[in-house]
Design a protein. Structure first.
Length: 123
């Protein structure tokens, strides 16, 4: 029951945060720990709630664990930096906590200022 409530709260935050910023993707690695198995490494793809650098994000993802030849579906929260992201969350299929790190397509917070105009030549 607590897991469903937590997932609902996080998903609501994901939807609200996505409306304020453009979503982006993340490709990287995940370590699942806890649950019914020993820690295992997986390859993950996630959709993140924001593409702005130095921002808090919520992510939804899928992970393939080559060691056990199984898949996972997760939700997490984290931080997006300069073309990278780090998240912690929960994998519902594996019933385990996760830690993810990877590449994320990001943008600056504000567009760059235009170059100053040159003065007219002297007469």
């Amino acid at each position: 029951m607590l897991n469903r409530l937590l997932a609902t709260v996080i998903a609501t935050g994901f939807i609200a945060n996505t409306a304020a910023a453009d979503p982006t993707y993340m490709l990287g690695g995940t370590i699942a720990f806890g649950g019914n198995a020993s820690p295992q490494f997986g390859v993950t793809a996630k959709i993140l709630s924001s593409n702005q650098r130095d921002d808090a994000v919520v992510g939804l993802g899928v992970t393939y664990y080559p060691g056990s030849k199984s898949f996972g579906a997760d939700i997490g929260v984290g931080y997006i930096g300069d073309n990278n992201a780090i998240l912690v969350g929960y994998d519902f299929v594996q019933a385990a906590g996760i830690f993810s790190l990877g590449y994320a397509n990001t943008e600056d917070d504000a567009p760059a200022a235009p170059a100053p105009a040159l003065p007219p030549p002297p007469p």
